[in-house]
Design a protein around this ligand. Structure first.
Ligand code: ATP
Ligand code: MG
Length: 425
């Protein structure tokens, strides 16, 4: 893409009320726009990154049998009354509204803007699950959730409107559920590995519900995190403060001396729901033995936006954002330096060559000072910077620099392609 065609601009300042590093940098780099506290728009570059993250998650969910769908945000009240979660003293993050009744807005039926989708999907699945032969099923989606969060100081990591990947498992027995739960755990580890967070993300024991003692969170170490966890490096697990008791430590076979207290953010979680929703919403199936039984369920969430914020927080340096290669909006930032015609021509030619090789290039064809251009490239976090100038052309070469290194290499076109070609995991 040519930079002259990109309508977003970088800016020197972020909004004064923005405290979080992730949002400050993403706003300055023109990746997001702040509508209000906890509500952000994704602009083209930010949208590219978000979609790249989503694609990694999608591939891993498909690999374990997930089937993607897209549910509505407007949800009727009745399913939520059945599960007992409609009233504000049970779930306090609801945004609620009403449907028009003709006579007046205030008279129509009440609606909720979905803060999660257990109720909606459980009700929907009644039309599709009747027999044990219809199980298991693993629908999932990337869909907007609305939550009236009390605090929102972590930029895009805690929003009032955000995309969630939510998968729900429907199984015929606890054994079938347990088998999938384990698969999902491994899939989550692969997701965070591929997104560059593997080393600092821990499977964390957290409070469960009436159907299992624990749920499992995927907690990533970061100072901006709102959770306190106790990490066991040897076992690569952690325990959330909420279940940090002598009894739990004994059960998990870990000693206090081997644990380190850390700040972390929950980037994903998996939860055994049992029959908490299938019973009240009457999602039943006829088993092989002819008995009518409630479906055994689980839920599996990841927040792609929260993951994106976490990546910014973790990798950024004093010059700006640093994207891992497989989610960067572009792999290469290419800039001609100098007004010489042959510099422009060579840069255009290299732009075409790299693009033809399948490499995503942001070509800076703007008339700006080199220092200004390079500062933008650094702020945006593009993995490689390639410069074409009279000096490099005198040697028939191009200058290549990785975002994370100060070393500059002089390479010919082939060498450039070899160096910058994405090394996907
Ligand atoms: P938290 O305890 O941080 O509020 P949660 O327990 O409410 O999270 P879930 O309802 O299980 O989280 O949501 C699944 C995933 O969605 C979380 O692991 C997180 O990645 C993401 N998520 C949850 N709330 C938000 C939010 N307000 N903004 C952005 N992402 C969120
Ligand atoms: Mg929450």
């Amino acid at each position: 893409m040519k930079m002259s065609q990109l309508f977003t601009k970088t800016s020197k300042d972020a909004p004064a009320d923005e405290q979080a590093k992730n949002a400050q940098l993403l706003i300055k780099a023109g990746f997001i726009h702040k509508e209000m506290a906890g509500v952000y728009d994704y602009l083209p570059l930010g949208h590219m990154v978000l979609n790249n993250i989503i694609q990694v998650i999608r591939e891993e969910m498909n690999a374990i049998g997930g089937q993607e769908l897209f549910l509505s945000s407007l949800q009727p009240k009745d399913s939520w009354e059945k599960s007992g979660r409609w009233h504000d003293d049970v779930v306090d993050v609801w945004f609620k509204t009403r449907m028009h009744a003709g006579e007046g807005y205030h008279l129509g039926p009440e609606l909720g803007l979905g803060n999660t989708h257990e109720e909606a999907l459980t009700a929907l699945m009644r039309g599709h699950i009747q027999s044990y032969k219809d199980l298991p099923a693993y629908p999932y989606q990337f869909q907007t959730k609305f939550r009236n969060e009390l605090r929102s100081k972590s930029g895009i990591m805690r929003c009032r409107e955000f995309i969630m990947k939510d998968l729900y498992s429907f199984s015929r027995s606890q054994a079938q559920h347990d088998e999938f739960y384990e698969k999902a755990k491994q899939a989550y580890l692969r997701v965070f590995d591929r997104l560059g967070l593997g080393d600092i993300t821990y499977i964390t024991f957290a409070s469960g519900g009436s159907f299992s003692k624990f749920s499992h969170e995927f907690q990533t170490i970061t100072d901006i995190g709102e959770d306190t966890i106790y990490v066991h490096e040897g076992k690569k697990i952690a325990i959330n403060k909420e279940v940090y008791t002598d009894e739990v430590l004994a059960e998990l076979g870990v000693s206090k001396d081997d644990l380190t207290e850390k700040r972390a953010v929950e980037v994903g979680n998996i939860f055994t729901l049992g029959t908490k929703f299938s019973e009240p919403l009457e999602l039943m199936f006829t088993d092989e033995d002819g008995m009518l039984k409630p479906v055994v369920m689980g839920s599996y969430g990841i927040g792609p936006g929260r993951v994106m914020g976490t990546i910014v927080e973790h990798f950024a340096d004093d010059k700006g954002i640093v994207w891992p290669e497989n989610i960067a909006p572009f792999q290469v930032y290419l800039a001609p330096v100098g007004r010489d015609d042959s510099v422009r021509e060579h840069a255009e030619e290299l732009y075409k060559g790299l693009t033809a090789a399948g490499i995503a290039v942001l070509y800076d064809d703007r008339d700006a000072r080199p220092g200004e251009k390079f500062a933008d490239a650094d702020l945006m976090g593009i993995p490689y910077r390639v410069v074409v100038s009279e000096k490099t052309l005198a040697q028939n070469k191009y200058e290549v620099k990785a975002r994370t290194s100060d070393d500059v290499q002089l390479l010919d076109a082939k060498g450039v392609i070899k160096t910058v070609i994405p090394k996907d995991i």
